[in-house]
Design a protein around this ligand. Structure first.
Ligand code: ADP
Length: 380
């Protein structure tokens, strides 16, 4: 028998032993009580009866011998009654301990073997949810834990696959150029070096994004939450990106609502969020186009919206764009430097600051609007 089985047996044995102990203590106590107190009480009662009989007159006076006989009969019948009660209690104790221990030990046995299978990597393992009280609770917590482990494992495998896939393209381009240079097929011109440099830059960006993503997914982002003035954050982001917008011929405007309260945010992370959304708007908006960054107050938050007149997003793609490595137009987005992780990081950052982000679009070619709600700071 395995170790868990051994523990179960000992649980059963312990239950039986405690039940038996209760029965034995009960019977011994009863036996002593009946023999010491009950017999004395019986004697006294007989003596009193005899006295009463004598006073009433005409009743037969009982002899000493009869007293002893009655006493012995009393003791015998009491002992017999105790023996029958004891035997019944013993049977009930054995049956009850077997039934109870089975109700506890069977589910525990199943849990123990499911745990061992999970430890060996079978994450799909679950136990039946039925059972009574705490045992059922334990089974359902176990199933929740198993589901979380299974999901974590699936995400880990997906991430490895995704990363390998993402690294393959720039590495293939780089090694293609290098081979061409070695064989003399590709000319070592400034254009070639610039191409190699751009690919290496793309790889570096990808690795940096991945590092940020892994921190975000592991909930290890260090946040310095404080009261941040939304107007100042918006102005800084606009100032930073204005040259890029001007170079592409896209108009960039900020529209600030009245009486904006401070938000509870990490200023660097808020800047990163706004930069990500504005860079995407710039990337997916052809010239001549327009991008607006609007900030307004809602009853519980400050709402930042980045609206563009660009490529838009199809309804089928909308639910997926915050997923890691999801690109609507795979080749074009990759060629334009997109890693497909920007929005995943943006979402993780917003949620780490107790905010909410969502995207909307009327469809391809109709532009898109990204909305970020951040909580109002209570300390300002
Ligand atoms: P990428 O680095 O490829 O831009 P993101 O995670 O930032 O990755 O975005 C995921 C996908 O969402 C993009 O590939 C693009 O198809 C779509 N997307 C993001 N922002 C916009 C936008 N403003 N307009 C249209 N499509 C967008």
């Amino acid at each position: 028998m395995n170790r868990a089985g051994g523990r179960m047996t000992s649980l059963r044995a312990k239950l039986l032993a405690t039940h038996l102990l209760v029965v034995v203590v009960g019977i011994v106590t009863l036996f002593l009580t009946v023999n010491l107190i009950g017999a004395r009480f019986f004697d006294r009662h007989l003596t009193e009866m005899r006295g009463v009989g004598g006073n009433a007159g005409g009743m037969t006076v009982m002899s000493e011998a009869m007293d002893a006989g009655l006493n012995a009969a009393f003791r015998r019948s009491m002992t017999e009654a105790l023996a029958i009660a004891g035997a019944a209690a013993l049977v009930v104790a054995v049956v009850a301990s077997v039934v109870v221990s089975r109700q506890v030990s069977d589910p525990l046995n199943r849990l123990a073997s499911a745990t061992r299978r999970i430890a060996r990597g079978h994450y799909a393992e679950r136990v039946p949810a039925g059972g009574a009280g705490e045992v059922a609770q334990l089974a359902s917590s176990f199933n929740e834990m198993a589901a979380a482990l299974e999901q974590a494992e699936r995400r880990r495998l997906e991430l490895i696959g995704d990363v390998a896939h993402e690294l393959r393209t720039p590495l293939a381009t780089l090694s293609g150029y290098l081979e061409g240079l070695l064989d003399g097929v590709v000319e070592p011109t400034p254009r070639t070096w610039a191409m190699l440099h751009a690919e290496a830059g793309r790889l570096t960006r990808l690795v940096e994004d991945l590092q940020e993503l892994s921190r975000a997914e592991a909930r290890q982002l260090s946040l310095a939450l404080q009261a941040v003035d939304p107007a100042a954050a918006v102005q800084a982001a606009i100032d930073r990106l204005r040259p890029d917008f001007a170079a592409k011929g896209i108009t960039l405007d900020a529209i600030l609502g009245p009486a904006l309260p401070a938000v509870r945010a990490d200023p660097d992370r808020l800047a990163q969020i706004l930069t990500n959304l504005l860079s995407n708007a710039l990337r997916y908006t052809p010239a001549p186009g327009r991008v607006q960054l609007m900030v307004a107050r809602t009853p519980t938050s400050v709402r930042f919206q980045v609206q563009d007149t660009g490529a838009g997003i199809a309804a089928d793609d909308l639910p997926h764009i915050f997923e890691r490595f999801y690109r609507v137009e795979k080749s074009r987005a990759r060629a334009s430097g997109g890693s497909g992780i920007g929005l995943t990081i943006t979402k993780a950052l917003v949620e780490a600051m107790d905010g909410h982000v969502e995207a909307a679009s009327a469809g391809p070619g109709q532009g898109a609007i990204f909305t970020v709600d951040l909580p109002v700071s209570l300390t300002s």
